[in-house]
Write a protein that binds this ligand. Structure first.
Ligand code: PMP
Length: 420
């Protein structure tokens, strides 16, 4: 095939590309919960950049702040130099996020991706404790770099590492076993000097596993995990990369359980605008980094700091967004339950504005996503066998848009199940 015979994407872009295969069109513009392709076809976005666009595409408030900042020659790139934009962000984090929640975290800028935050969190936990083993959970997803992959479950993704992924031990996530998971194995293994489990530096957990299939951990399970860790001097790392920034209702997804992790990884929606940015939050006494011991060129992406600060002020000065997320989520849940009752072989689960439709016949989930795309709705699959259709609309989605999107989803299920 010559370049002329195919698109530039097929000719030049690596085979590694993925989403463009599920959604074979060329997107051009976006606003709120909508994307438009170059032919003018509109798609309702219940994918939201895999949780990066909690406040919608090109949110006009953030856009104005960003454009004003750029036009005033505000700093764009600054490594970890002090800047006015970073000062504003840190002050706003303190005043709107940490202080109201009684959190005494210090903030590390680890580089812009979720995997950057996870890598830094793992390194810090090992450095502080002087131990190497990290406990992770079945079906976990933490990113694609070696450390993050070593705590990720998916076999195909792990295999691509090309080297052994070591110094981690998987434990059953809540709901993984038929019996309710009560940590009897983990507790026994930790306390038995003959179990073969080295004392871990840390446990890393998602409160809701997004990529792993919308697996929701019960609050009591998270509380027990937290107690178990603190009683044994094991650091608890919550990966809030996908479920943070209000996705499950509160700003941090762990708030619902009343726990305070030792370290938190934050990314995706923290910049609000889809600009790359990540944070590692750590209990003050854990900040044992030496200057420059962990670094990176893109830790000071100041345009992201500008939109992050505006996002916090706009949406987290009160609890309006949290309440609307929970209300919209309850509505979606009820409608999905109705959908599952009309068709056998499907169940639903979720929290806040992350929901999954779980198909007994996994192949149907992928087909539903394909038909939904043709009908103008973007949803992706997740889970060990891609058996879950994951719904991740922007938190700013309107009631009419929810009705529209769920209508398309129901139609797609009908077409896949009944063939018409
Ligand atoms: N942790 C979680 C929970 C995630 O969902 C993701 C991305 N899907 C990551 C880490 C990795 O983030 P990134 O792709 O930005 O490296």
């Amino acid at each position: 095939m010559t370049i002329a015979e195919t698109t530039v994407f097929e000719a030049l872009e690596s085979n590694v590309r993925g989403y463009c295969r599920s959604w074979p069109t060329v997107f051009d513009t976006a606003r709120g919960a909508w994307l438009t392709d170059e032919n003018g076809k509109e798609f309702l976005d219940f994918f939201a950049g895999a949780g990066t666009l909690n406040y919608g595409h090109n949110n006009p408030v953030f856009k104005k702040a960003l454009v004003d900042y750029i036009m005033a020659d505000g700093i764009t790139h600054a490594l970890d130099m002090s800047t006015v934009a970073k000062r504003r962000l840190l002050e706003t984090m303190r005043d709107l996020v940490f202080t109201p929640r009684g959190l005494d975290y210090k903030v590390q800028f680890p580089g812009p991706t979720g995997a950057n935050a996870v890598e830094a969190a793992l390194k810090l936990a090992r450095k502080v404790t002087g131990r190497t083993t990290v406990l992770n959970f079945t079906n976990a997803f933490h990113g694609m770099t070696l450390g993050a992959l070593s705590v990720t479950g998916n076999a195909a993704k792990r295999a691509a590492a090309g080297v052994p992924l070591v110094h981690t031990t998987p434990m059953p996530f809540d709901g993984y076993l038929d019996e309710p998971e009560d940590f009897s194995w983990m507790r026994r293994a930790l306390d038995d000097t003959s179990s073969g489990l080295d004392k871990p530096a840390a446990v890393i957990v998602e409160t809701v596993q997004g990529e792993g299939g919308v697996n929701v951990a019960r609050s009591e399970w998270l509380r027990t995990l937290s107690e178990l860790c603190s009683a044994r001097g094991i650091l608890l790392i919550v990966d809030d990369v996908q479920m943070g920034c209000g996705r499950t209702g509160p700003f941090f997804s762990f708030e619902i359980a009343g726990i305070t992790p030792d370290i938190v990884a934050v990314s995706k929606s923290i910049s609000g605008y889809g600009l790359p940015m990540a944070l590692v939050l750590m209990r003050r006494e854990l900040d044992q980094w030496a200057p420059g011991e962990h670094n990176g060129t893109f830790r000071g992406h100041n345009t992201a700091f500008v939109t992050a600060e505006v996002a916090l002020r706009e949406y987290w000065s009160d609890d309006a967004l949290e309440r609307s997320t929970l209300a919209k989520g309850a509505r979606i849940h009820d409608q999905l339950v109705t959908l599952t009752e009309s068709f056998g072989g499907i169940t639903t689960r979720g929290r806040g504005l992350v929901h999954g439709l779980v198909f007994e016949d996994a192949s149907q989930a992928e087909k539903v996503c394909q038909v939904a795309f043709e009908l103008g709705l973007l949803v992706e699959t997740s889970g060990a066998t891609e058996q879950v259709v994951k719904l991740l609309p922007p938190l700013t989605v309107s009631d009419d848009e929810i009705t529209h999107g769920l209508g398309i989803l129901a139609r797609a299920v009908e077409i896949v199940r009944d063939g018409h």
